[in-house]
Ligand binder design. Structure first.
Ligand code: AMP
Ligand code: MG
Length: 351
């Protein structure tokens, strides 16, 4: 029996064609679970026996909650990001453990390589737009003008010596890891899955708009991953299908449909160009990035959205990453490595 299962990740839909083989010991039916962590829906589909799958799924949820509460949340008072934000303007220094040190290394490298299109120091600008207060609105012009020169990843001082790493802020900024958080969640899920390599073992884990594909299905057929249609209200849920096999792969999508409001016929969305403090208008409505790391796929999707297609291409190749771009004319552009594995399905789009 061939069955299509749908993973209702909030912003990206995945379908996995699963050869269900009930009662067949060497081809277990996939185990599916849905939970909530990091402010979003987490879907796990795991091909392993039920006890193992349940344990993996539980461990992933536990690790994601730990990641949110102890590292990335800017609301949880004791999280690393909150503690760093509390030092803003007072010169405090916060020590980083190995995990946090890696987050900062990768994040700041991406900020640098993207020329600041991706900038984790953007928190106060996001606050001015009210995207996290359920009250998105146009920002006060004077406040925005005042804030822009004070923000910038260059004010994040990361120090790494042999024995310890630390971070301090040399401007009154607020860190926001929202553009990489779900991707980091997928990296954490990968760490949970890593010990389970034996036999035909595969899993797809989605954390909001970021996805991890791990291993293979028992029948060795490719994973069918559906990419969300950025204008799904026009009809189809899915823009198209990715056919993925034999690679641990991380996929993230950024789009102007995720968080936005409209005023006087203009759509104001949550992906901000740090140079202007306004929603990026690079001509794109969605970008999906594939690569071998979750933090990078997530950060790149945000960066590429801001950069537009032309300036994204060299950045993507630095990270050996591939992408699907959708522009405001509904033209879909895919990078070379995806040409044979992406099929456009939704009507109203052109290649
Ligand atoms: P994503 O959906 O991964 O593109 O992340 C969007 C979130 O990242 C927003 O809700 C903001 O919290 C934050 N953000 C927006 N613009 C940027 C930017 N240019 N650089 C870094 N983070 C951003
Ligand atoms: Mg992102």
């Amino acid at each position: 029996m061939k069955k299509i299962m749908k993973y209702a990740a909030i912003f990206l839909f995945i379908t996995v064609s699963a050869q269900l083989c009930s009662g067949c010991a060497d081809r277990p039916a996939p185990y599916s679970d849905t939970g909530y962590a990091m402010g979003t829906i987490v879907n796990s589909t795991i091909y392993a026996n039920k006890n193992v799958s349940e344990k993996i799924s539980e461990d992933i949820m536990e690790e994601l909650n730990d990641l949110e509460n102890n590292y990335l949340s800017w609301r949880a008072g004791d999280s690393l990001i909150s503690r760093i934000n509390k030092t803003s303007g007072n010169g405090g220094i916060v020590t980083l453990d190995d995990r946090a040190s890696l987050f900062f290394r990768k994040t700041l490298e991406l900020a640098e390589k993207s020329g600041g299109a991706f900038d984790p120091s953007i928190g106060k600008i996001i606050d001015l737009w009210g995207f996290y207060d359920n009250d998105p609105h146009l920002p006060d012009q004077t406040q925005l003008k005042d804030l822009l020169p004070k923000c910038g990843y260059k004010y994040i001082n990361y120090k790494d010596s042999k024995n310890s790493a630390s971070v301090s802020l040399s401007s009154d900024i607020k860190l926001d890891f929202g553009a990489v958080g779900k991707g980091i969640g997928c990296d954490i899920a990968y760490d949970v899955l890593k010990p389970y390599r034996s036999g035909a073992f595969g899993a797809v884990i989605s954390v909001g708009g970021s996805i991890l594909i791990y291993g293979n299905k028992p029948d060795n057929s490719p994973w069918d991953i559906a990419v969300a249609n950025p204008r799904s209200s026009d009809g189809d849920d899915y823009l198209g299908m990715l056919n993925i096999k034999d690679i641990p792969c991380f996929i993230s999508t950024s789009g102007d449909y995720e968080k936005y409001f409209e005023k006087d016929g203009v759509r104001y969305h949550h992906i901000i160009d740090p140079k202007t403090g306004y929603p990026s208008d690079s001509g794109l409505i969605s970008v999906t990035v594939l690569c071998d790391n979750g933090l990078i796929s997530d950060g790149l999707s945000t960066a590429c959205f801001v950069l537009g297609i032309k300036r994204s291409v060299p950045l993507l190749s630095e990270y050996n990453a591939e992408a699907i771009f959708v522009d405001t004319d509904k033209k879909v552009t895919v990078t070379e490595g995806l040409k044979d594995i992406f099929t456009l399905k939704a009507s109203g789009y052109k290649k």
